[in-house]
Ligand binder design. Structure first.
Ligand code: 7RM
Length: 652
């Protein structure tokens, strides 16, 4: 254990397993060794002009940029003077060559329909739908809400907005009417693109119905365009609502991509703030596109024949950056699946991988922990030998889950890229290079090109190895957020308020002796036990490494003696039964693996944990429950409200 004079976050978990990339993988990869990675990373930081001039040459510019960066902290502009179009880069330039008839999107609906859409077809669909937007008086700069199921038309709608310069704001299809209403109000949107319904766990999600409820009593939305997906009964408001397929009858497929400014807004995506109203994260055109294009290429080591499956919904930033923009900018084949991973059975994902020969699979730790819970048999039933690379994003991946993913899904053959980034960063910031970086279970390893990441104490000094602190980014990067839509003061304060000119991520981290970054949890969630500051992820990883534990979340509860007591919410694997004895065993297991200081004072068994739709555990809500307080703050991003009610009923 390290001394802790500067009130830093302590680290108790030490992982010694190292997995080097297999020679066969490295041989054909873009970055084959650490020397190459380090040389390029150094160049990107020390000679950004050289690095970004070369990198930006991978995009098609309608007019070349003249100035790389204008940095008036905290406001950045990248690639000034350039004209470019995201949809042109994702579509038009591919159809001029051999990718014309390559699959751009392979889609499977939850009920089982299959569609393959080539680049040429997607281009045509996007052009026609862009003309539908124009016909409906949606123009450059207008904000458009997209509230769709995971169907190719969600991508078509996004790309069509991008084509004409309209600013999309995708609202996750699982969100309620309230969330839509808030986002319309905040963004000043004038149009909504939706579907009648979508499928989730065998039932129809009534999307159009939710939109109607959201629009009640408001005149802000002039047009609702409805795609027919589920054929459920819906109401059409004359003068406001139109059918997607009917509109297509009036347009042709000729729609030149608008020459947009590098800094023209591309989209707003709302993320829940810890309190109060959601924040509209604003991304612009050229820098964002370059960030996602470059990270997709290098982190997933893309090959022309890959079938790339990022399981994230397009309502989440990962869906924007990797399912849609990053994949298509690279001319890759992107797989989209509409429904739940356990519908009709817990092997749906593995079935899809086998059916389509998925080569690169990118998912979240929350899903991986669910797969573990459901059992290996579901995975082993299928031939997953097409897989060559696995990815993880969204939370720290517990070493236990990493090992399972590696062994059971990857057959000990596939590298795993644990990618750290945020809605705000736009693209992956910290990740292994799969052909070069030796991996350790639980760390996102090293920064991507152009990323100057550091772990610092409250005075902004870098902390020594294995001491925790705040994760900051010390230089602007092309795909960074530009502001919080309509709230510059909040943007300045939230992200740039701690250290002058440095971006505060809000995450706690430590670096090990090899310089690898280990995310220890959100700074706001750090526990303070008898003067020791502990990140949540190490304690949770210790819990998850117990054979009966599927998932865990730890929070602090005020304690007179210790400042905070550690309360662990634990869900058990199928077959394990809650008991006093098991509780004691788990407590000792934690004490044994990371030390007595982290031993939970209290373990609460629960069937589920409160999560966001993207699978992140909402510890803030558990904190309220653990302390016996009423729940405060925003709960609109909560996946399943009944989880909270059940957790509270357990208290009674
Ligand atoms: C892409 C995304 C961002 C927050 C971030 C972290 C956590 C994401 C990892 C991770 C550890 C990772 N955007 N996070 N990836 N923590 N290791 N590989 O998730 O805006 O929704 O969330 O997610 O706390 O700050 S997000």
């Amino acid at each position: 254990m390290k001394k802790n004079p500067a009130n830093n976050i302590e680290s108790h978990l030490h992982e010694s397993r190292v997995f080097k990339p297999h020679a066969a993988f490295s041989k054909t990869s873009l970055i084959r060794d650490m020397a190459t990675y380090r040389r390029l990373h150094r160049e990107s930081i020390e000679r950004p002009q050289v690095f970004w001039k070369r990198a930006s040459g991978e995009l098609r510019w309608l007019k070349k940029w003249t100035k790389l960066l204008e940095w008036k902290p905290p406001f950045a502009k990248w690639f000034l003077g350039g004209k470019i179009n995201v949809s042109d880069n994702c579509l038009d330039r591919h159809i001029e060559g051999p990718r014309r008839n390559k699959a751009a999107i392979i889609w499977e609906g939850e009920p089982g329909e299959k569609r393959t859409i080539t680049y040429q077809q997607l281009h045509r669909d996007v052009c026609r739908f862009a003309n539908v937007l124009l016909r409906n008086k949606i123009k450059k700069g207008d904000r458009v809400i997209i509230y769709m199921p995971m169907i190719p038309e969600a991508a078509v709608a996004m790309l069509a907005c991008a084509r004409i310069g309209a600013v999309h704001s995708v609202v996750f299809g699982g969100f309620s009417a309230d969330s839509i209403r808030d986002r319309i109000a905040d963004s000043g949107a004038t149009a909504v693109i939706t579907a009648d319904g979508g499928y989730r766990r065998g039932t129809i999600v009534p999307l159009k119905h939710n939109v109607d409820a959201a629009l009640k009593g408001s005149k802000a939305i002039k047009r609702v365009i409805v795609f027919r997906r589920a054929h459920n009964d819906i109401h059409i408001e004359e003068g406001r609502d139109v059918w997607w397929h009917r509109e297509l009858e009036y347009v042709d497929a000729n729609c030149p991509a608008a020459a947009l400014d590098s800094e023209d807004p591309l989209f707003i995506l709302y993320t829940s703030g810890s309190t109060g109203k959601p924040k509209g994260i604003l991304h612009t055109t050229a820098g964002y596109l370059l960030g996602v294009a470059l990270t997709t290429k290098y982190v997933f080591d893309l090959k022309e024949a890959d079938v790339f499956w990022c399981t994230a919904d397009v309502g989440w930033v990962t869906g924007h950056s990797y399912t849609v923009y990053g994949a298509l900018a690279n001319g890759a084949t992107s797989l989209m699946y509409e429904g739940a991973p356990n519908w009709p059975d817990p092997d749906r994902f593995w079935r899809i991988i086998a059916d389509y020969g998925v080569t690169v699979f990118y998912t979240a730790p929350t899903a991986i922990r669910a797969f573990i819970k459901w059992g290996d048999t579901w995975v082993n039933k299928h031939d997953l030998s097409s897989l060559r690379l696995l990815g993880s994003v969204g939370e720290p991946i517990n070493p236990e889950a990493w090992m399972w993913y590696h062994r059971v899904v990857g057959a000990s053959r596939c590298p795993i890229v644990d990618t750290w980034w945020q809605t705000e960063t736009g693209s992956i910031m910290i990740s292994p290079m799969p052909g070069a970086t030796p991996c350790k279970p639980g760390t996102a390893t090293l920064p991507f090109f152009g990323v100057d990441a550091a772990v610092v104490d409250d005075n902004g000094r870098e902390v020594p190895a294995d001491v925790g602190g705040k994760l900051v980014i010390r230089k602007p990067w092309p795909s960074m957020l530009r502001t919080i839509y309509g709230d510059k003061p909040r943007y300045r304060k939230q992200y740039w308020g701690d250290f002058k000119g440095w971006y505060t991520t809000g995450d706690g981290a430590r670096r090990d002796k090899d310089g690898y970054f280990w995310i220890v949890g959100r700074i706001d969630d750090v526990l303070n036990v008898a003067g020791h500051r502990l990140g949540t992820s190490e304690v949770e990883s210790a819990l998850v490494s117990h054979e009966s534990v599927a998932e865990a979340a730890v929070v602090g509860r005020p304690d007179e003696l210790k400042g905070q007591a550690v309360v662990a919410f634990v869900t058990l694997k199928t077959g394990a039964k809650p008991s006093g004895e098991l509780r004691e065993k788990i407590r000792s297991h934690v004490a044994h693996s990371i030390g007595a200081i982290a031993k939970p004072d209290d373990i609460r068994f629960s069937e589920a944990l409160p999560k966001t739709r993207s699978g992140k555990i909402m510890r803030r809500l558990l904190k309220d429950i653990a302390s016996g307080n009423s729940i405060t703050g925003d709960t609109t991003t909560l996946e399943d409200f009944s989880v909270l009610t059940r957790l509270r009923d357990d208290e009674a």
